[in-house]
Design a protein around this ligand. Sequence first.
Ligand code: ATP
Length: 273
Amino acid sequence: SKAKLFDEKNDIKVTFKDVAGLEGAKEEIQEIVEFLRTPEKYTSIGGKIPKGALLVGPPGTGKTLLAKAVAGEAKVPFFSLSGSDFVEMFVGVGASRVRDLFKQAKEKSPAIIFIDEIDAVGRARGKNNFSGSNDERENTLNQLLTEMDGFGTNTNVIVLAATNRADVLDKALMRAGRFDRQIYVDLPDIRERREIFEVHLKPIKKSEDLDTEFLAKQTPGFSGADIANVCNEAALIAARNNKTAVDKQDFLDAVDRIVGGLEKKNKIISPEE
Ligand code: ATP
């Protein structure tokens, strides 16, 4: 049997309510929900529905979450794959995967295709081309460009792609009719961190002394993913200490632990410091 080519989900429950903060990004991407819901409204007047948008921002800021929320809001299938899956692939496999993905999505349209880490396939062509593996990456990228050009304006498949390295992408990807819109998804500010805490504290039994403003103040530079981690870690710490609710100290311990982890990660990334 064939290896799994991509992931398909037909009943995404994520909506914009699950995405805290990111007001600007949500507002921009709301338009894509409208295109998926009522394409005729735009095409009957002669408009062309965009084929793709690029979600740009640091790791863990909610790009995948936002893409899922588009599918959840529009109630359309969500096809996803990661650019990094293409890196170690035999000749011809990457391109045929892309072809299959678009074929399936078109059959189920309206639909969303989400490509995480698009920079893994979408780096500028013709650079660092010393090994054969890059040829395969380029084949995959070319197939992606071909597919995006190939589907007509009535297809109603919208491709969302995520990256934290928009600067390395092949300019051909950003051309009109491809990923010609960029949506920025930044690290949360203090108010947004508070909102993210509120989302992730919901399922947790908390003590009276917990205050999201305090938690937001303790977590400068944290991404949404880091905050989700803090909440879970705090719950585990409380449970380990046989508490029935998570308190302020559990959160402070969890923040320390996550900060420790982040520092270690940064050391590995920049060993010269
Ligand atoms: P990467 O670039 O590493 O793939 P990403 O930007 O796609 O990261 P997500 O995978 O969407 O980030 O985020 C990881 C998790 O962090 C989410 O599933 C969610 O639990 C939490 N999270 C991130 N941002 C937010 C947010 N704005 N609101 C609520 N939860 C968030």
